[in-house]
Write a protein that binds this ligand. Sequence first.
Ligand SMILES: C=C(O[C@@H]1C=C(C(=O)O)C=C[C@H]1O)C(=O)O
Length: 405
Amino acid sequence: MNETANLTGTTQSEILDFLFLKGFTSGGSFAIWRKPLSKKLEFLLDDQEIPYKVDLAFEELPAGFIVHPFADQEDKKAYFIKSTRYFSFILDQETVKEDLPEWVKSSEDQSLTSIKAAINHLVRKKSEASCSENLQADEKSHFMRLVQHGVEAIDAGKLEKVVPARTKLISVPENFDLGNALLQMLQAYPNSFVNFFHIPKVGTWVGASPETLIKTGGDHFYTMALAGTQKAIGEHPLKSAAWTQKEIEEQALVCRYIVDCFKKIRLREYEEHGPKTIMAGNLLHLRTDFKVDMKATRFPQLGSVMLDLLHPTSAVCGMPRKEAHEFLQENEGFDRSFFAGFLGPVNIEGETSIFVNLRTASFKGEKAILYAGAGVTEDSDPEKEWEETELKCQIIGKFIQTPST
Ligand SMILES: C=C(O[C@@H]1C=C(C(=O)O)C=C[C@H]1O)C(=O)O
């Protein structure tokens, strides 16, 4: 078939289908993402079947996509999908047929319905064997006790803040359309890092994270303190938002945590902006931005040094970090796997953007597991924290559960 004729009128959804099919049938690992406020959808693939791991000193790495679980790793390494093949396109351009490289279109003789059917089959089949057999923590009563227990640990002076999480198991509908689901997330969450990755036998995840862990590009390093959650209501939710003392303190603790990390490496020159209210999906958060000039401070490795120091931040674990981590391991009752870990593109066109893996779901055959946590301080109410996790689960859950058109 003539290449141009075949691709006439190629829609974004069709390109996504080509990319998913290419990724799943390559036998290797792949990632698809769009950075916050960007129009560029990016895809990379490494057809190596055996997952590849790297040290966190990402400045030395080739271009790729890094994925790290929540828990500290004994080998101090992260998964890394090398950019053996890379393709990007601008989302609001009508047609990109001329830009589609030959290797993306390897499935050109398939009709679109059979491509969709193939992807629907592949996402289930390829996600069956992911490594962690996750114990479920879906029970409301379990989570409510966990929050209560957290409040008691704070009252007893053992912790300052802790961020317990839960899971929610949902069925992947029979007519699930992964490409369309991702497209809908891209449209719904322009401020978020919309992402998908598949690493054979390790994990198949989709998400829309509002939280940058670290970003480097040119001479600049950037991180943020994101915490405090409320539902966005009314016509001007950003303007009308009012925050309680609990939420203000909760977010201030995350700022303090970041400043403490700077202090550990004797970094004194940084810009701090905020906190301001931001919108992520239908939720509002408080955010403070931190920026460092790596050249002026003579700190070219600041990105990987801070990555190591920051993760897991008190936005997703707690304070003090060690005690909060132990509390979660003892009481949470499930393996967070990649939830609240970090992920993102590394050394692509001189930039690295690594996000906290929030508002996310992992596929497991016919099912998907949604994950969400909520920051607990001494004033927390278990019922409210549960509702917050329900809202957070819905951010991705609604695009998996609603049969696509
Ligand atoms: C833990 C999550 O989110 C984090 C916790 C927040 C909070 O406690 O208010 C807000 C934003 C994130 O830093 C999650 O989305 O699951």
